[in-house]
Design a protein around this ligand. Structure first.
Ligand SMILES: [Zn+2]
Length: 121
């Protein structure tokens, strides 16, 4: 990991490498604070990643990045999507399990129901 870069720059650099590998072309790549998920992909081609993904292990970062970028080719989670996922991230199912348990783990911090009342938004 390159400590001279910001988390956003590090994540975008990782996305760039996968963009070349997967031959996809997102219109915009955004890195921002997401509380409920690790990433998203819009039909207009905007890929958004959670900024704290930078703190996760590399294998998990790749899993999330490849997942969102593949949605530029395949908009659903069908057979083709899973086949592409397996081709690029051979142990993606392990990461998928981690995604589910990891998301639960962050709930006490991020779940709106447990946030202090002082936040106005
Ligand atoms: Zn998806």
């Amino acid at each position: 990991m390159d400590a001279s870069l910001t988390p956003t720059a590090r994540l975008k650099r990782r996305v760039d490498a996968w963009v070349v590998k997967l031959r996809v072309m997102p219109r915009v790549v955004r890195v921002q604070r997401l509380t409920r998920k690790w990433g998203s992909c819009s039909t207009a081609g905007t890929v958004t990643l959670a900024i704290d993904l930078d703190e996760e292990r590399k294998a998990f970062q790749d899993f999330v990045i490849v997942h969102e970028l593949l949605h530029l080719k395949v908009p659903n989670h069908g057979k083709l999507f899973k086949a592409l996922m397996a081709a690029h991230i051979p142990r993606w199912r392990e990461q998928d399990i981690y995604r589910r348990t990891g998301a639960k783990r962050t709930l006490p911090r991020d779940c709106p129901a447990t946030q202090p009342r002082s936040r106005s938004s």
